[in-house]
Design a protein around this ligand. Structure first.
Ligand code: FES
Length: 185
């Protein structure tokens, strides 16, 4: 069972291809939800998913979508279905960790110093300062932002862990200054 939700038929990616797949494979059912007409799929209760797929509790499930939708899905599966849910998230909760003290960030390669708050990712601090910093997902997954730490320590904004030794590679998108920090950028 594949459920795809988007605003309108015009916004529906791979609409015809999915229809073709459903024609080709009798075991595949598809359901398109156009939120402009039908409203959003609501997973804060089991009513919507129950109507679409009555035996959902016994199935493996894969979900991707906005954070609030995934939060509801996670809670629903935890509550009612022994957790058979796999999710792909495109955002990260940086409020999970306890923000540290912040401090003076030295971008050694750029010969720049900036005062940074303890809850602001070093990637943002670099960009604000006009420092050319590598990045990708901006949520701690791709590791494109890995940058050598020259001195000091950083706070992992997802967990609150303070860590770092000179020479370590730090993910600037999810790390903030925990006191004075030197980066190679
Ligand atoms: S930009 Fe992807 S992990 Fe930092």
């Amino acid at each position: 069972m594949l459920v795809h939700s988007c605003r309108s038929r015009e916004n529906s990616l791979f609409h015809e291809e999915l229809d073709e797949l459903a024609d080709q494979f009798p075991g595949l059912r598809t359901h398109r939800r156009f939120t402009g007409e039908q409203g959003r799929l609501d997973l804060s209760t089991s009513a919507d998913i129950e109507a679409l797929c009555p035996d959902w509790r016994r199935r493996a499930a894969y979900a991707c979508g906005p954070a609030a939708f995934l939060d509801d899905a996670e809670a629903l599966f935890d509550r009612e279905a022994d957790g058979g849910l796999r999710m792909e998230r495109f955002s990260v909760d940086l409020a999970g960790g306890v923000a540290g003290a912040g401090g003076l960030v030295t971008f050694e390669g750029s010969d720049l110093e900036v005062e940074a708050d303890g809850d602001v990712p070093l990637l943002e601090v670099a960009e604000e300062a006009g420092v050319d910093a590598p990045s990708g997902c901006r949520m701690g997954i791709c590791h494109a932002c890995l940058t050598p730490l020259r001195s000091g320590q950083v706070t992992d904004l997802r967990t609150g862990e303070v860590h770092g030794e000179p020479g370590d590679l730090v993910q600037t998108c999810v790390s903030a200054a925990a006191g004075p920090v030197g980066l190679s950028l």
